[in-house]
Design a protein around this ligand. Structure first.
Ligand SMILES: Nc1nc2c(ncn2[C@@H]2O[C@H](COP(=O)(O)OP(=O)(O)OP(=O)(O)O)[C@@H](O)[C@H]2O)c(=O)[nH]1
Ligand SMILES: C[C@H](OP(=O)(O)O)C(=O)O
Length: 215
């Protein structure tokens, strides 16, 4: 299986700009990418990072450190869906697309996704997105953004592909908005969490849900 990890690293995670500077967002996005790639490697697969720009341009930290495996970087500066669809068109084997902001992804949860039979297998994100998927049907194409989970279901039906959906808290938790960041703190012990710790965040316990804060 080809495992593709899309990554736009120049101005990542704009929805976190209320709490992180651009440089901090780059570091955090890159740490999440490293965690995701490490989890993919631990499943026995070799990730291809589908990046909008060379990774050396987008970060100051090292992706290679600690991922424990080989992977390659493919540069494609087109928007997300055309870039992924170009890979799908060229593929002669199943393709998994795993977003780089799944900081809670583990080898076990990814294996669970990869092992499910189906022409299209989707791990939806909270809020309507498609956090990870496996494509085994030659005619299926992606259409990300908006309620892409619904669009991908419809797209699978449209090409006559069988569809399965994965129920996974870890794969459903993409880190898009400030309120999502606490999930990294609670459920991961990784580069992503270490990055937030280094950036000065701590857990703030108030009435209701806990959240991350910094002084
Ligand atoms: N290759 C590629 N990856 C992309 C592109 N846009 C987003 N991504 C990646 O796709 C995944 C999901 O994207 P988003 O959740 O929107 O992440 P983002 O663009 O960093 O965040 P926002 O700026 O808040 O939308 C992340 O792994 C991104 O790095 C793109 O144009 N090309
Ligand atoms: C790429 C997009 O990600 P989100 O904006 O939902 O995090 C999607 O899953 O369609």
């Amino acid at each position: 299986m080809q495992v593709v990890v899309p990554f736009a690293g120049r101005t990542p995670k704009s929805r976190l700009e209320a709490v992180l500077s651009l440089e901090e967002r780059r570091d955090f996005a890159r740490a999440m990418l490293a965690d995701v790639c490490g989890a993919v490697v631990a499943t026995g697969n070799s990730p291809t990072v589908l990046a909008t720009a060379p990774l050396s341009e987008t970060t100051v930290t090292s992706l290679e450190a600690g991922t424990g495996g080989e992977y390659r970087v493919e540069i494609d500066d087109r928007p997300l869906s055309p870039a992924v669809n170009a890979l799908l068109e060229a593929a002669d084997e199943p393709v998994a697309i795993v977003m780089a902001d799944l900081a809670l992804a583990t080898p076990v949860t990814l294996e669970g996704l990869f092992e499910i039979n189906g022409d299209v297998v989707i791990a939806p994100g909270r809020g309507g997105g498609t956090n990870a998927m496996v494509v085994r049907h030659p005619s299926f194409r992606v259409d990300y953004h908006g309620a892409s989970y619904l669009d991908h279901r419809q797209g699978a039906r449209g090409v006559g592909a069988t569809l399965e959906t994965v129920d996974s808290f870890r794969l459903a938790t993409d880190i898009d908005e400030p309120a999502d960041m606490v999930e990294v703190w609670l459920h991961s012990d990784s580069r992503s969490k270490a990055t937030l710790e280094a950036q000065g965040f701590h857990l703030e316990t108030t009435e209701g849900r806990v959240r991350l804060a910094r002084d």
